[in-house]
Write a new protein. Structure first.
Lengths: 395, 95
């Protein structure tokens, strides 16, 4: 039986599962302008952030790559970029890069519009309404899962996640890859303790070396700051919950990535260079992580959460799966898939994976996740260096 | 003694420990194939117990992978926690 979902065809062979318009602020100064424009446009979402100016080097590149990636995601029909006019990350630069995805893109700066923010909002709404009319022409059609990029996230984990929700997600990730699709595992700090196992799963020597050198570099650099990253895992809360060693905790984390071979390791917000399983360098803050996944092109994210999290994403629907019976009950309005049946109803991990697969298909077909219904659409962009201000960091 | 089959999970056939899915009281007996294991103490939900006797210095396996080294002799049915397991990764892989 062939597995399909109903998606929107996009240029350059891409497929979206949502048909949104994004209004992106290039700089924090125009966040409210972007938000107010989006408020007046059907199916539009604002992407705002506290960055876009006064950033240098890698921090600047990360912000640029992330905003470009979010606008380029196949879930997005078209993008409007709003700048102020004097910032170093210009609306023109973001728009130029999103245009490579061959989708409708427009941009302008507030300082170039006579009449200030009021006039700029009116201008943005006019552009957006026209785009929204064009977007209505897009219709859902059947596509196979080779077109899907799945993001694998966990947050608010407990000791139950690693034996319930995470392995169920691993089965679904492996299935996506078997069907020719793509999965991305972020949060590299949570691989520590299992790198010798991840290396064994690398497709070739080069990928193995990259995994090894990335983690070694991180551990060595943090040692220089007087932090032994390996010594702070598992946390006291993890230990109370039953976890004993760093490798036990990390094994639970990487269970989300199933058993597939690892095709490569991506920079933050970098799109995979092929199908299959990819790792992404990202430090493990849920919202930053999911922003990076969506910017890398993930159309959908599965997030396991034991203690409960409400987080969503403006571009990729986030499916919450939870293995903790108390949390499933306590936070029912935030949890899409109840994996606690492993505990309460004697279900197997395979049974939960089947339920999750069904939910994934329904979400791809257009059914809203709880985070979407609730409008939880925050982003956060990883500031990897804060260079050159590190000099002010007293050791 | 009630033997409830759904109060623990073994993640991989290679594992020498299981994880409790509810608080398992002391002296509870569980049956795996023909073996009966009696809990030597209470095992809280999410915590582990040994399925076999594990000698000091031997590896503890969960998910079919090494999660640590026994720091003392562990008997089948014993609670496995920070008092009798240490990281194999920190001791051997990343010395």
């Amino acid at each position: 039986m062939s597995e399909e979902f109903l998606g929107f065809e996009r240029p350059k062979g891409k497929v979206g599962i949502r048909n949104k318009i994004v209004v992106i602020s290039s700089v924090v100064c125009v966040n409210r302008v972007a938000q107010q424009i989006a408020n007046y446009i059907e199916n539009a979402v604002a992407i705002t952030h506290p960055l876009g100016c006064g950033q240098f080097g890698p921090d600047f590149s990360y912000t640029q790559r992330t905003l470009v990636g979010l606008g380029s995601n196949p879930n997005i029909f078209g993008a409007i970029i709003i700048g102020l006019g004097c910032e170093n990350l210009s609306s023109k630069l973001i728009a130029k890069n999103i245009k490579r995805a061959k989708k409708p893109v427009d941009f302008f700066n507030l300082q170039d519009v006579q009449g200030g923010s009021k006039a700029a909002i009116e201008k943005g709404v006019k552009i957006g309404k026209q785009m929204a009319e064009e977007a209505k022409e897009s219709k859902r059609e059947p596509f196979d899962f080779s077109n899907l990029v799945l993001g694998l996230e966990c947050g608010g984990s407990d000791s139950i996640s690693g034996i319930s929700a995470n392995p169920a997600v691993g089965i679904v990730s492996d299935k996506i890859i078997e069907l020719g699709g793509t999965s991305i595992l972020p949060e590299f700090t949570e691989w520590i303790g299992t790198e010798h196992l991840l290396i064994k799963r690398a497709v070739d020597e080069k990928v193995a070396e990259k995994i090894s050198s990335t983690l070694n570099m991180f551990l060595e650099n943090t040692m220089k700051l007087g932090i032994d990253f390996r010594g702070i895992q598992p946390t006291p809360g993890n230990i109370e919950g039953g976890l004993t060693t760093i490798e036990e905790k990390s094994l639970g984390t990487i269970a989300k990535a199933g058993k597939a071979s690892i095709n490569g390791i991506l920079e933050y917000s970098e799109a995979p260079k092929g199908k299959g399983l990819w790792l992404m360098i990202e430090p493990g803050l849920d919202v930053e992580s999911m922003t990076g996944l969506a910017a890398a092109g993930a159309q959908v994210i599965i997030m396991t959460t034991g203690r409960g999290s409400p987080c969503g994403n403006p571009v990729a629907p986030v499916i919450k799966i939870c293995g903790n019976p108390k949390t499933c009950d306590w936070m029912a309005s935030n949890i899409d898939v109840d994996a606690s049946k492993i505990i309460t109803e004697n279900k197997e991990v395979n049974d939960i994976a089947k339920i999750l697969w069904q939910k994934l298909k329904e979400t791809c077909n257009g059914e809203k996740t709880y985070a979407e219904i609730l409008g939880f659409e925050d982003i956060a962009i990883w500031r990897c260096s804060a260079a050159p201000f590190q000099i002010f960091h007293s050791q | 003694m009630l033997i409830k089959k759904d109060n623990f999970v073994i993640m991989n056939p290679k594992d020498n420990c299981a994880t409790a899915l509810e608080n398992i009281t002391k002296d509870t007996e569980i049956k795996i194939d023909e073996n009966i294991i009696k809990m030597s103490q209470e095992i809280p939900i999410g915590h582990k117990f040994a399925l076999l006797n594990i000698n000091k210095g031997e590896l503890i396996i969960k998910y079919g992978e090494i999660i640590g080294i026994a720091t003392q002799d562990i008997k089948a049915g014993d609670w496995i926690h920070t008092y009798n397991i240490k990281s194999h990764y920190l001791e051997e892989v990343k010395k």
